[in-house]
Design a protein around this ligand. Structure first.
Ligand SMILES: [Zn+2]
Length: 73
């Protein structure tokens, strides 16, 4: 399933760019792609979107994102 979620990345709030940087998004996408069940991930921090293709159930995905400091709205 491919989903686009609105997200806030907590750690990026402490970056110099404060939720406007692209570097955090690239790091997060790489980290997500290393997880089982996720085949595509693109995180756009300035737009606050996460586009993800995965086979997880909703709760498992939310837990995973929470654990990374990525809060879905
Ligand atoms: Zn950042």
């Amino acid at each position: 399933m491919t989903q686009t979620l609105r997200v806030t990345y907590l750690s990026c709030g402490f970056c110099a760019a404060k939720n406007r940087c692209e570097a955090c998004g690239a790091d997060l996408a790489a980290a997500l792609l290393r997880r089982e069940g996720i085949s595509e991930a693109a995180v756009n921090i300035p737009d606050r979107t996460l586009r993800i293709t995965h086979v997880l159930d909703g709760d498992a995905l939310e837990d995973l994102l929470d654990g990374m400091g990525l809060l879905a709205e």
